[in-house]
Design a protein around this ligand. Sequence first.
Ligand code: HPA
Length: 249
Amino acid sequence: MTIELAVIGGTGVYALGELADVETHQPVTPYGAPSGPVRVGTYAGRRVAFLARHGEGHSLPPHRINYRANLAALKALGATRVLALNTVGGITERFGPRVLACPEQLIDYTWGRISTLCEEPGSEVLHVDFGDPYTPSLRRQVVAAAAQASVALVDGGCYGATQGPRLETRAEIARMRRDGCDLVGMTGMPEAGLARELGLDYACLAIVANWAAGAGPEVDEVITLQDVLDNVSAAMAGVPELLRRVLAG
Ligand code: HPA
């Protein structure tokens, strides 16, 4: 049976509360095992899959996530559309803590991650178009769903994907701002590129957890995990209704 939407949860999002009649799958893909079990169930009357990107106990740092296995597992279960929840830092004015955003561009600063399906000898060489890294039709649906659900969401922005797991220096964030980044996170790539190689529709729902280093009004602000988690759970308040509208659309 097809899956209407696959949701990948990021830091602070380890389950979809409303998922009912849940079946648990432990798929193994040609790329290895995903971060954890894939939960498939009913959400607002539609079949939805959920996978916690860092594992259900948040055991995987961003550079150790098997992004290929995660996406291949969702595809093998019948997903064609993926909504990625990504916890991020905000760099520019409109993207303060607790904001939800649906970025439309990205810049990849990660290194040393397996970032393509063309890794193995003999695999087909792919040069997928990536001018619009997020699928425009899925982005439009997310933006429209937020408006219908009266959930505040910033439509647009550029996501800068950093290597982590440490947070960035102020100079790194200043450079990213000059590059045109509005948001910074550690998991946006290679996930988006791999989704394109796999032919999956893919959009990002970014949840701003903190001001990135040096970006906020308080000069000496130290970013704590507790602030990150508190802001994510506050920003997530409107997400269930947003998802219901995406599924209805
Ligand atoms: N930088 C990178 N990734 C993040 C941040 C940040 O400030 N906050 C949450 N994820």
